[in-house]
Design a protein around this ligand. Structure first.
Ligand code: PEP
Length: 249
């Protein structure tokens, strides 16, 4: 079964209401391949989710950038999976390296979050990736396998998961992984799914790349056999996001 190309835009903690409206109108005017070729999901900050959902073209969808690990309640500052479902937000990004590294989210905590979000009916973009130090010490595959295993121990429904491989050293640095470097890790992750989950999940799960993707490098990365799309940070706030979506063709 062919894996449909997936392009996510992670807007992170950026934008004013005016800027967000401008980004949405640029997206709404963009000519992109049809929905049977590419799935597009953009992820504004929580406070702008309803605004973006209301204004965004119907063939693009929205994602939250995080959600709480269990049912809501006395957890000041958190947003629950139930709230996202209540607002009809279909996707959530979990385990982004900025949360793992700055907010100390462990592999196990991310695994629990993914399991809870899925159990409430959300679809999840789950992020994994190694630091520069880990890459230089030769432990990249070990690191991303351990991050994936902590999710796999708690999850059985992989149909609603997109796995984003995002090497930390490539995020927001302008230092993109080469197509060969991305392909190598995506191939190893798929091999891991084959050996530890099932051949079917290995063949169908979308593994997307994130880390300084832009309009100039996306085509070559997209040509790699195990690269099924992108999670884009900085460039998702710019008109070149449309060019990145077009690399699906
Ligand atoms: C990200 O944070 O998910 C990301 C890939 O950022 P950037 O594209 O800016 O490197």
């Amino acid at each position: 079964m062919a894996r449909k190309f997936f392009v996510g835009g992670n807007w992170k903690c950026n934008g004013t209401a005016e800027e967000v409206k401008k980004i949405v109108s640029t997206l709404n005017e963009g000519q992109v391949p049809p929905t049977d070729v590419v799935e597009v999901v953009v992820s504004p900050p929580f406070v702008f989710l309803p605004l973006v959902k209301n204004l965004l073209r119907p063939d693009f969808h929205v994602a939250a950038q995080n959600c709480w690990v269990k049912k809501g309640g006395a957890f000041t500052g958190e947003v629950s999976a139930e709230m996202l479902v209540n607002l009809d937000i279909p996707w959530v990004i979990l385990g982004h390296s900025e949360r793992r590294l700055i907010l100390n989210e462990t592999n196990e905590f991310v695994g629990e979050k993914v399991a809870y979000a899925l159990s409430k009916g959300l679809k999840v973009i789950a992020c994994v990736g190694e630091t520069l130090e880990q890459r230089e010490s030769g432990t990249t595959v070990e690191v991303v396998a351990a991050q994936t295993k902590a999710i796999a121990e708690r999850v059985s429904n992989w149909a609603d998961v997109v796995l984003a491989y995002e090497p930390v050293w490539a995020i927001g640095t302008g230092k993109v992984a080469s197509p060969a470097q991305a392909q190598e890790v995506h191939f190893e992750l798929r091999k891991w799914f084959h050996a530890n989950i099932s051949p079917e999940v290995a063949a169908t799960i979308r593994i997307i790349y994130g880390g300084s993707v832009n309009g100039a490098n996306s085509k070559e990365l997209a040509a790699q056999p195990d690269v099924d799309g992108f999670l884009v940070g900085g460039a998702s706030l710019k008109p070149e996001f449309i060019d990145i979506i077009k690399s699906a063709e």
